[in-house]
Design a protein around this ligand. Structure first.
Ligand SMILES: [Zn+2]
Length: 55
């Protein structure tokens, strides 16, 4: 699934990574979208991010 660039941990399960919902913390992203930061569950390094459309 994802390979961590920091600790080289292979993250195969969705539970191995942290999905941080930035929507309520920054206020930068509006209600129409939800921004997610994917962080390594092993070392905490940020791996990637994405925006999911709100239903
Ligand atoms: Zn890591």
């Amino acid at each position: 699934m994802v390979h961590c660039p920091e600790c080289e941990e292979t993250l195969e399960e969705q539970s191995d990574v942290e999905f941080l919902d930035m929507d309520s913390t920054t206020g930068f992203f509006r209600a129409s979208k939800r921004f997610y930061l994917v962080a390594c569950g092993h070392c905490g390094a940020a791996i990637g991010s994405g925006v999911a459309g709100a239903r």
